[in-house]
Design a binder for this molecule. Structure first.
Ligand SMILES: N[C@@H](CCC(=O)N[C@@H](CS)C(=O)NCC(=O)O)C(=O)O
Length: 211
């Protein structure tokens, strides 16, 4: 298997964390994602992921899987131990709900291609783009904080072991800190984050800071 990624990518960090939790290693290829001329925007990479996003996973049969949640669930089915989704149907749904709330309602609004379009189409400068990012992270994590509230008897977001909810939360919380947020604004997120950052699978696979 081969994973296309970039070290600053929050979405690729999710897959790296999942691989580390499962003790799996795969071939990797870095794809540039920053700037107008980034490799991710070229036709060669569009053949791998038509959306021009990382991560993408190429299976041993040469099939291409995009979307970090789909990739992580595929890995979870290939190597079920440790399980990254809880067993109980309602907990599985809650874990996916938190993962998707982060991926679809927060992270999707913060990607380089969105920032480039804000600049290109609306003349947004870097201050406006940062204000945009802070807005979506603030309202998004306010909501995730409330989603977490109903599970606060657990050690991690949903369960006593990390699930996809934690795998999506960790890089997003790091992104929030890099945007200047104090995680103390979200006591549940802060509590889960402080446990996750002690786990090497998480700490060693955080998204690298952008230079
Ligand atoms: N929903 C996708 C998001 C993938 C994504 O947005 N990746 C970002 C990096 S974190 C990317 O490749 N961005 C390139 C761009 O915006 O041009 C997933 O979960 O895999």
């Amino acid at each position: 298997m081969k994973l296309y990624l970039n070290e600053v990518s929050s979405a690729a960090s999710r897959v790296r964390i999942a691989l580390a939790l499962k003790g799996l290693s795969v071939e990797t290829q870095q794809i540039g994602i920053l700037g107008l001329e980034a490799e991710s925007r070229k036709s060669d990479y569009r053949r791998i992921n038509p959306l021009g996003l990382v991560p993408a996973l190429e299976t041993d049969d040469g099939l291409l899987i995009t979307q970090s949640l789909a990739i992580i669930e595929y890995l979870d089915e290939l190597r079920p131990d440790p399980a990254l989704l809880p067993t109980a149907p309602v907990e599985r749904a809650l874990a996916r709900s938190i993962a998707l709330s982060i991926a679809s309602e927060i992270h999707a609004l913060l990607t380089p291609r969105v920032a480039l379009h804000l600049t290109d189409a609306f003349n947004a400068d870097s201050q406006s783009t940062t204000a945009w990012n802070r807005h979506w992270v603030g309202v998004g994590l306010d909501a995730v904080e409330r989603l977490l509230h109903q599970n606060r008897r657990s050690v991690f977001a949903i369960n006593s072991i990390p699930t996809v909810a934690d795998i999506f939360l960790y890089p997003q919380a790091i992104g929030a800190k890099r945007l200047g947020f104090d995680l103390g604004r979200w006591p549940n997120i802060s509590d889960v984050f402080s446990r996750l950052e002690t786990l090497p699978a998480f700490a060693e696979n955080a998204p690298a800071p952008r230079k």
